[in-house]
Design a protein around this ligand. Structure first.
Ligand code: ZN
Length: 75
């Protein structure tokens, strides 16, 4: 199990402030919605490896990016 203390410290790597909620074997950003898989009790917080929410085809579609709170380097 990921400890509740650790979970409370983690924030979304996109805007670095939104909190995350536990959903099965993943952490989900409460704002922009990507799913970060938890493997061997360690959440993988790499946004490049996160599962994007429905309707989002790219990181630039995320709500926090569109509103200007997060930046992604688009190649
Ligand atoms: Zn987020």
């Amino acid at each position: 199990m990921v400890s509740e203390d650790l979970l409370a410290l983690l924030v979304c790597p996109m805007d670095q402030k939104s909190s995350l909620r536990r959903e099965g074997d993943a952490l989900v950003c409460t704002r922009c919605g990507p799913r970060f898989a938890i493997k061997d009790d360690i959440p993988n917080m790499l946004i490049e490896e996160a599962e994007l929410p429905p309707g989002c085809d790219a990181l630039t579609d995320l709500e926090c990016v569109r509103s200007g709170d997060a930046r992604v380097d688009v190649p």
